[in-house]
Ligand binder design. Structure first.
Ligand code: GLC
Length: 737
């Protein structure tokens, strides 16, 4: 091993730090040239702290000893200014004093929990989504963290897959804009800024297309589907400057993502020019043996580094086999050096070589975590994430002067469930339940009655009697039903996505009392709730709204906020319809309104969803008028300007997400019946009108042909403007010459 005095190293880092004229890459090379092969392997090894988020392969490692020996480049699941400082101090005892990176799954908030990402996607409010990421980054950075394994940008069309809660839904266009907003929110003003942390676009790629919605299952899709549906949000993340990527557990057409050169080198690093870090998912290197793709961990290690995987999260393959694989000539030192450069570059960019402890500041941590401004931000985002599915007899909003209000259901008083899956540093008493929110909203003159009625997921109905008694006494009943927070998330696939247990039976019992009933459904995924959808007049989908859940729900229930959310995923009538999505192909035998004989249809259920992509109501109504295209023909270098007038025709101020869809009428290969190509979320006072403008340019008309050329074909297009994918208000045709 090269002997290098600590004095020399200390002098070197400080000289590097101050020699601003040296570029980051020159500094990186200065360090790389000092490193032994073993130290290089160490930089590519990431261990977890005690709080594990995956299967533990071996426990008998002395982490601090490993760190001191220079065998660790990054730790995950270590958090807090004090602890990260202590662990970083161990890294400063290594020969070269290369600082550690601390990473954690800050998916929707660190101490203040924001709505789950799928809920935020329902806001269609990119500023709100960016704000959520900014606050999450600020708190995480104050807690000593450099890196979050977010945003998860996996498109999914299958609500059986529990991780839909973590993404932005089924649409590549919306998903791409949200990926950009989240990366920009997390990385803020750029590295070096103490509120910026490394974002991580995951899981690369197509993890959301798992067969049968079963987590970690195989993915079998065409390359065209890969490029058209699943890759766009990742490209958006690269364009937004995402510092890191995480690959995925799944195989794609028989090649595990972690060992997939096409994905990691050909597309991400070469075609897209990504110069950040690709980290494996937890154990996904070693799992290539289970896939049957590698014969053992050493072989899996060789396949992973060669395919472009830079850092090894908890397979320990790089720690154990990288050195010998280089010595045996089975992998190139160039691949190892390239990976190490990527890691060192991020450490320089974060300023960790100059000050390894700059993020580990207990005073700043104390000031930042759970700060009122952070909670206020969480409440604002939560309100915008709520979707009004039905309000047929305008029970909502409920008057604040209501005399007797009954809160019924297993989630009415739950604090812990409000956090959803992937919450981090929450305290139960910092999570506001629906009951807490309603109580703090309504004055003394409202009698709030309560009954749990039933549990979430069993067959016990003995609580119905009490619930019925409470309902009978009330003027209005608000019910809170759904899943538990951990019935969606990682490894939480469900073959049956009905609202679990006897909750719909309870809803039916209460509904049949004839009282005005509002049902709030809380979940991390689209659920099936046929009785409720067909019989209850007012339904709000509130997902998991985080720390300020109860206050946000109360604001909507009593009209202090007019709900504005729109579904980012299709809600099926039955799990048997899945995969069911809005941008489908018409087929050669589309069902006719009243004739499904010999058509692409079921005998027992319509093809249409229970609630469509883009659906969401308001307490007010909006009129769409005067759709005007400045021309009806365009050529490839042209732009068509579209204008439309929207009027708030109700008595409440409110927001509307005006959606623009296109259909390429005839194309080879065929194009979907509609594709979201633009939207604007606008705020209109009661009676107010606003003229909106959209631009149609080539990028909105292009698609991949079978040879993966990104093409545009002349022909007719149908332009649709509406309030949902199945609520098109205005249409017009135009032609691409
Ligand atoms: C998990 C997840 C991944 C997460 C990682 C670290 O298995 O798949 O999203 O970032 O491990 O917790």
């Amino acid at each position: 091993m090269k002997k290098t005095s600590l004095l020399f190293i200390a002098g070197l880092w400080s000289s590097l730090g101050y020699a601003q004229q040296k570029t980051i890459d020159q500094k990186v090379d200065s360090v790389l040239n000092l490193m032994t092969l073993e130290e290089k392997a160490g930089q590519l090894n990431q261990y977890s702290g005690r709080n594990v988020t995956g299967p533990v392969h071996e426990r008998n490692v002395n982490m601090l000893d490993e760190i001191r020996k220079g065998h660790v480049g990054s730790m995950l699941n270590v958090k807090g200014a004090k602890v990260t400082r202590e662990i970083q101090q161990e890294a400063m005892k290594t020969r070269l004093k290369i600082p550690l990176l601390f990473g954690l799954d800050v998916i929707h908030g660190y101490r203040v929990t924001f709505p789950i990402p799928l809920a935020e996607a329902a806001s269609w409010d990119l500023d709100a989504i960016k704000l959520s990421a900014q606050v999450s980054a600020r708190e995480a950075a104050a807690a000593g963290l450099h890196w979050t394994f977010a945003p998860m940008v996996d498109i999914s069309r299958d609500p059986r897959w529990g991780r839909v809660m973590e993404g932005a839904g089924e649409d590549p266009y919306l998903g791409s804009l949200i990926a950009k907003a989240r990366v920009e929110g997390l990385q803020g003003k750029g590295f070096g800024d103490l509120q910026a942390i490394l974002a991580c676009a995951k899981h690369f790629a197509a993890y959301g297309a798992a067969l049968a919605g079963r987590d970690y299952n195989s993915v079998d899709i065409s390359k065209r589907a890969l490029w058209e549906i699943y890759l766009p949000p990742f490209k958006a993340a690269v364009d937004a400057g995402a510092a890191t990527f995480m690959n995925s557990f799944n195989d794609i057409n028989g090649i595990p993502a972690t060992g997939n050169k096409y994905l990691q080198r050909d597309i991400l690093k070469d075609k897209w020019g990504f110069n950040g870090i690709i980290v494996s998912d937890w154990g996904s290197i070693t799992e290539m043996t289970a896939h049957g793709y590698a014969k053992d961990l050493k072989h899996a290690t060789q396949l992973a580094i060669t395919a472009g995987n830079d850092m090894d999260m908890e397979s320990r393959g790089y720690r154990k086999h990288l050195v010998e694989l280089v010595q045996e000539g089975k992998i190139s030192i160039a691949d190892v050096d390239n990976a190490v450069r990527r890691v060192l570059r991020k450490k320089f960019e974060l300023g960790l070589f100059q000050d390894p402890y700059r993020y580990s500041n207990e005073k700043r941590e104390k000031q930042e975590l759970n700060a009122d401004k952070n909670r206020q931000a969480a409440k604002e985002v939560a309100k915008k994430s709520i979707v009004l599915l039905k309000n047929e007899t305008q029970i909502l909003p409920i008057s604040k002067t209501v005399k007797k209000l009954a809160l019924i259901g297993p989630l009415a008083k739950s604090n812990k469930d409000m956090k959803g899956f992937w919450s981090v540093e929450w305290e139960n008493d910092e999570l506001v339940s629906l009951y807490d929110g309603v109580k703090s909203k309504l004055g003394k003159n409202t009698d709030i009655l309560y009954a749990q009625g039933c549990n979430i997921n069993d067959t016990i109905t003995s609580g119905f009697a009490e619930a019925l008694k409470v309902a009978q006494q009330a003027d209005v009943v608000v019910m809170a039903v759904g899943e538990t927070f951990d019935m969606s998330g990682e490894a939480k696939s469900r073959s049956d996505i009905h609202i679990p247990g006897v909750q719909e039976k309870l809803i039916q019992a209460i509904q049949e009392t004839g009282k005005p009933v509002v049902v709030l459904i809380m979940a991390g995924r689209p659920l099936v709730f046929n009785y409720t959808a067909n019989h209850v007049k007012s339904i709000l989908y509130t997902w998991w709204l985080g720390s300020e859940a109860g206050h946000a729900m109360a604001d909507v229930l009593f009209g202090d906020y007019n709900p504005s959310g729109k579904l980012p995923m299709t809600f099926p009538r039955s799990v048997g319809q899945i995969p069911l999505f809005y941008n489908y192909y018409n087929t050669g035998r589309p069902p006719l309104k009243n004739d499904t004989r010999y058509k692409s249809a079921y005998l027992d259920i319509p093809n249409t969803p229970q609630f469509a992509f883009g659906h969401g109501l308001s307490y007010t109504t909006f009129k769409y008028a005067d759709l005007v295209l400045n021309k009806s023909e365009m050529n490839l270098n042209d732009t068509i300007t579209v204008s439309v007038n929207i009027t708030n025709t109700g008595k409440y101020d409110g927001e509307e997400v005006v959606q623009l869809y296109l259909k390429d009428e005839v194309a080879q290969p065929i194009r979907p019946v509609q594709e979201l190509k633009d939207f604007q979320k606008i705020n209109l006072k009661a009676g107010e009108s606003k003229n909106l403008t959209f631009k149609i340019e080539r990028s909105k008309l292009s698609f991949y042909d079978d040879d993966l050329n990104y093409i545009t074909q002349p022909g007719d297009f149908k332009l649709m403007i509406g309030s949902a994918s199945n609520d098109i208000r205005l249409e017009q045709k135009f032609t691409l010459r």
